[in-house]
Design a protein around this ligand. Structure first.
Ligand code: ZN
Length: 680
């Protein structure tokens, strides 16, 4: 509870801060059109570069509202059809997507990738049905775009024999009930500048407002039920007629924002947390199971329920395809999927156009928590690690696990919270750093219920101390991982992320860190297994991979690794291979990183980590040639990654490039490169 309070107060602070910045952004705002029909006249209002524009249209001669950066709206036909029924049978294919939350561009990208609309956003899905399971409103800044798009797509679909269904989500209901707690600052600006309260832009007399009020909360297609949050057992025990539920919503809940909590009353049960717009119980295995799913589906006489509302890293099927969770976190504007049904089969439609068969409770196709963070996190993402920080630091040499709660805040929103354990990891850093590297061990069952794979480890590397120079060193080390992946797909992936170590007693500072892929995650990704034990000689490794790795270490001035000593090298056996492949990690002692505490080991004939020492003592001339050619082909790629690293200062980049240039100076010189060969 303490953690939750802290997070929300943090969110509030950021929010206010952004509110203060509105003035600078308002020139950029484009919004609308909002259209009201009064006595047959169309009153249009929109925001253009921060200025409110109004126009009254009395004749039918103007066909389109067409303004730069705003949706094109056919104002000659603002009528819409209200569906009487809610059941659709014999549908050959459908697509379902949810919780768009103002991420209109991503929404369109997915629809295009899966051929639901064509390249100019027109209906391309024939007699198929597209279901949008609510929560078009709130969070993002392109809500109006999605609404007009769906308003017009609905008509196109109908002409083609298809159908668009927009269902009401809790965020539609909130806005229609006057709750503007989640609207984007842009819409607060629209309301302020136009002097019309945001919910009033969608009142009964507006085109979009009356259209939204005509929408249902649940429909069925073939044997599937669609509803935003879900039908809980509690609700179904009270009422199992979808028709009755839709009618109750439309006539008694939508027009009435003062509903009183009363467990015996149907309206109250439909409105509050266990109601169909808010229920999140399906993804909670502690409170839900296949039996309950069967009970609910029997009562509804259907086979599957498709829901949004509960954000998942991807589309998830649970309880033998009985529950399909399709809110694939579009709200962060980065990733998202669409559920596809075709010829009795279900697919996850990805935004790159791929389709993957959706299997129930299929761990193999799921993202790991690392994969998710790698894809979705950005400079706004913060990992909150709530644990006894003092104890963790005081006992860092013991490397023992202690309890922790891990929360992930994306874009000011709490996206996930897990019970976990955390411990210190690392060799030297656990001794030298006040913030040693950490390993988080998640509970497998918690990961599974949140839609992740059961890959339960997450490695975090933090800035060693609070010194500013340590932030730069950490970022440079991350950059080394980025470069390493250029020589080999075997490189561990890393991503910069902010970490807040939180104790119950006091808030700690936010540190710069990066997440580092766990070997098991890598092995799963590449198909193979990590070999942790046994003696490995460099000579027994896959030779080319070994040489690429050794040259890389030479390039970055790193001698802090040993294959035979299993020091900063993991070994992996890939499927179908006989020899082991090396995976290098922990580059904090590399000269290129310039870490203050780094010194070379006594066994090497160098005094400074910036000096170079080549560890391979049996390199042949042919191998040298091969490596020179290989590294020549990589130079441009290395340089562009360094130059694109906007998280590094110009000086840091220059220093980095200097070290790389020295390496190329050596390998491209006949004389100098020969020194890498064994002495005769
Ligand atoms: Zn929702």
């Amino acid at each position: 509870m303490v953690l939750k309070l802290k997070i929300f107060s943090f969110i509030f602070i950021v929010f206010t801060f952004i509110g203060d910045c509105e003035g600078q952004n308002r020139r950029k705002y484009f919004d609308g059109p909002y259209i009201k029909i009064v006595d047959g006249q169309k009153d249009l209002m929109w925001v253009y570069k921060g200025r409110v524009k109004k126009k009254r249209i009395t004749s039918d001669t103007i066909k389109y509202f067409e303004v730069e950066n705003l949706p094109r709206v056919d104002i000659s036909d603002l009528s819409f059809e209200v569906d009487s029924g809610y059941q659709y049978n014999g549908v050959k294919r459908f697509a379902a997507i949810s919780d768009i939350h103002g991420q209109h561009d991503l929404f369109i990208e997915i629809l295009k990738a899966q051929g639901i609309v064509d390249s100019i956003e027109n209906w391309n899905y024939g007699s198929g049905h597209l279901v949008v399971l609510g929560d078009v409103f709130d969070r993002g800044d392109k809500v109006t775009e999605s609404l007009w798009f769906l308003f017009q797509l609905e008509k196109q679909a109908k002409l083609a024999g298809g159908k668009v269904h927009l269902l009401i989500g809790n965020h539609e209901l909130m806005v229609l009930h006057g709750d503007v707690g989640y609207i984007h600052p842009k819409y607060r600006y629209t309301a302020g500048a136009s002097r019309i309260q945001y919910p009033d832009l969608f009142d009964e007399n507006t085109v979009l407002g009356s259209w939204l009020r005509s929408k249902k909360i649940a429909i069925t297609i073939n044997d599937f039920v669609f509803v935003h949050g879900g039908f809980s057992k509690k609700v179904i025990e009270k009422e199992n007629s979808i028709d009755k539920i839709n009618t109750t919503f439309k006539t008694q809940i939508l027009p009435n924002k003062h509903i009183v909590k009363d467990t015996n009353d149907l309206i109250s049960n439909l409105y509050f947390e266990n109601g169909p717009l808010w229920f999140r119980g399906y993804a909670n295995p502690k409170a839900f199971d296949t039996k309950q799913a069967e009970y609910i589906l029997n009562a509804l006489n259907k086979e599957s329920i498709v829901v949004g509302h509960t954000s998942m890293p991807q589309i998830i099927s649970l309880y033998g395809n009985r529950i399909l969770l399709v809110d694939s976190s579009l709200k962060f504007g980065k990733t998202g999927e669409i559920l596809l049904y075709e010829e009795d089969e279900l697919f996850r439609g990805l935004k790159n156009g791929d389709r993957l068969v959706l299997n129930s409770d299929d761990d193999e196709s799921r993202k790991s928590i690392f994969d998710y963070l790698y894809e979705v996190s950005d400079s706004q993402t913060i990992i909150y690690l709530n644990t006894d920080v003092n104890n963790l630091k005081a006992t860092k040499l013991e490397k023992a696990y202690q309890d922790a709660t891990v929360s992930i805040i994306d874009d000011r929103e709490l996206s996930y919270s897990f019970d976990a354990r955390v411990k210190v990891r690392g060799n030297m850093r656990k001794k030298l750093c006040t913030n040693p590297p950490l390993k988080i061990d998640f509970s497998k069952s918690e990961l599974l219920s949140h839609g992740f794979s059961n890959n339960d480890k997450l490695k975090l590397v933090l800035q060693c101390s609070t010194l500013k120079s340590q932030v730069a060193s950490l970022k440079k080390e991350h950059l080394v991982y980025e470069l390493y992946r250029q020589i080999d797909t075997l490189g561990l992936r890393s991503k910069l992320i902010q970490v807040n170590l939180v104790s119950d007693k006091e808030d700690q500072d936010i540190y710069q860190g990066f997440i580092l892929e766990d070997e098991a995650n890598l092995a799963r990704r590449l198909g193979g297994q990590v070999v942790e034990k046994g003696i490995v000689r460099p000579q027994a490794m896959q030779r080319e991979a070994y040489l690429k790795m050794a040259f890389f270490q030479y390039m970055i001035c790193n001698t802090d690794f040993s294959v035979a000593g299993r020091h900063n090298i993991e070994t992996i056996l890939l499927d179908g291979e006989i020899r082991l492949f090396p995976i290098a990690y922990d580059f904090d002692y590399a000269g290129i990183v310039g870490q203050e505490y780094a010194v070379p080991a006594d066994v090497f004939p160098i005094k400074d980590v910036k000096d170079r020492h080549f560890v391979v003592d049996d390199l042949t001339e042919d191998e040298l040639k091969l490596m020179i050619e290989f590294y020549k082909s990589k130079k441009e790629g290395f340089l562009s990654i360094i130059n694109d690293a906007e998280y590094l200062s110009t000086k840091n980049k220059k220093d980095f490039i200097k070290v790389i240039d020295q390496f190329y100076d050596i390998i491209t010189s006949r004389k100098k490169s020969k020194r890498l060969l064994p002495k005769k």
